[in-house]
Ligand binder design. Structure first.
Ligand code: PLP
Length: 389
């Protein structure tokens, strides 16, 4: 389907609402039916009917159609956060006694879901370095039912070979899931490579304006309906109609934003690679990226996110560096209009917490929509304060 058609027209039935170019926000919890026969039908199959907004809402339905089409899947569900997308999916798939194989160091709350939350209900997980398919295969148990991927990772950019993972999963009758937030549907379409369920934190690129927390789950009608019946209606994680309208608005400019972020990030990554305070740039499109070939094979681009390793491991020096920046906001998250910086050093030596699995001198940058020269001038000023080995 044509990308421009998806983003500008798909799912929008303008003849039903006065030709309005911007879709209406149907801020209604409830939908009235004229006949008992229709009520009976809707109650039997809530997945397909407008009965109550915990299940379906017309504004949210527009977003479902668009996101499913962006990932090339039959259907999608929208959730009130990316974390809810991961949790709702897994709770809709697993049963007591099941086992999940997951990539090492996934997004922190995905990790929490799999190693803290689900074990309470008899579901276990093994985390593997999925750079090598053999490691996934070695972790499989007779009760393994799900393979959970995240490619690229949003701190280290480690990839999995999605086609090979999908084939392995098929051979062992596993459902494959991927957190595709890092690439957006524009730069990687896992369903075309055989992955069953594709999730996003829509908070990031899909909405793109740092004003909504949301998530999406894309997949076959069969799997999406299973997740709807077993978990979505019980947990109630639907997004509000007004937030759905904001995400629809964000999607209008997705290709422009992705292209701009990608282009500026490449410029800044290049300059950082030549800076004496920087030991290494970790960016999937660079020549020295260890999985560069795989990245080019299964992705068509990489957005505004990348990491650097500084020469210094002095925590205070890193704090001073990030605090000295004026155009980069010090924050978690990414994918909005604004550039951000997140030093892993900030979460090292926190009282009562384990150190994160990432080196103390790793700093993640997100390049937003600003002029790259404006951003570089600021970075260069900040980096000049750091030791150069
Ligand atoms: C942010 C993020 C999430 C969680 O999404 P929320 O919308 O914050 O709940 C999940 N996975 C990745 C890779 C993320 O970056």
């Amino acid at each position: 389907m044509d990308l421009s058609y998806i983003l500008n027209h798909l799912g929008e039935e303008r003849e039903h609402y006065f030709g309005a170019v911007s879709p209406p926000i149907i801020q209604s919890s409830n939908f009235a039916l004229r006949y008992v026969a229709h009520l009976r039908e809707a109650m039997l199959q809530e997945f397909d009917h407008h009965l109550y907004t915990r299940g379906n809402n017309p504004t949210v339905a527009i977003l479902r159609k668009k996101t499913a089409a962006l990932e090339g899947t039959e259907d999608a569900l929208i959730t009130s956060s990316g974390a809810a997308a991961m949790a709702t999916t897994l709770l809709g798939l697993v049963r007591q006694g099941d086992h999940v194989v997951c990539v090492q160091n996934p997004y922190s709350w995905t990790k929490h879901l799999l190693d803290q939350f689900l074990p309470q209900f008899g579901v276990t997980a093994t985390f593997v370095d999925a750079t090598h398919l053999a490691q996934i295969e070695a972790a499989l148990q007779p009760n393994t039912s799900v393979l959970f991927l995240e490619s690229p990772n949003t701190m280290t950019f480690g990839l999995q070979d999605l086609k090979a993972c999908a084939a392995l999963a098929k051979a062992h009758d596993l459902v494959t899931c991927i957190d595709n937030s890092c690439s957006s549907p524009l730069f990687q379409q896992p369903a075309a490579l055989g992955i069953d369920l594709v999730m996003h934190s829509a908070t990031k690129y899909l909405n793109g304006h740092s004003d909504v927390v949301a998530g999406v789950i894309c997949g076959s009608r069969h799997l999406i309906q299973q997740i709807f019946d077993r978990a979505y209606m019980v947990l109630g994680p639907i997004i509000s109609p007004s937030d759905a309208a904001l995400v629809i608005r964000g999607l209008r400019t997705l290709p422009l934003r992705m292209a701009r972020s990608q282009e500026s990030a490449a410029i800044i990554a290049d300059r950082l690679a030549g800076h004496p305070a920087v030991q290494k740039v970790i960016h999937p499109w660079r020549e020295d990226f260890p999985q560069r070939d795989l990245a080019r094979q299964q992705m068509s681009g990489t957005g505004g996110l990348f990491s650097i390793l500084l020469h210094t491991t002095d925590q205070q020096a890193i704090f001073h560096f990030v605090e000295s920046l004026q155009s980069f906001l010090l924050a978690v998250s990414w994918g909005g209009h604004e550039s951000l910086i997140f030093p892993v050093a900030a979460v090292h030596n926190l009282p009562g917490r384990d150190n994160p699995p990432f080196p103390i001198n790793l700093v993640r940058l997100y390049i937003g929509l600003e002029d790259p020269e404006y951003l570089w001038a600021d970075l260069e000023r900040g980096l000049s304060r750091l030791p150069t080995e």
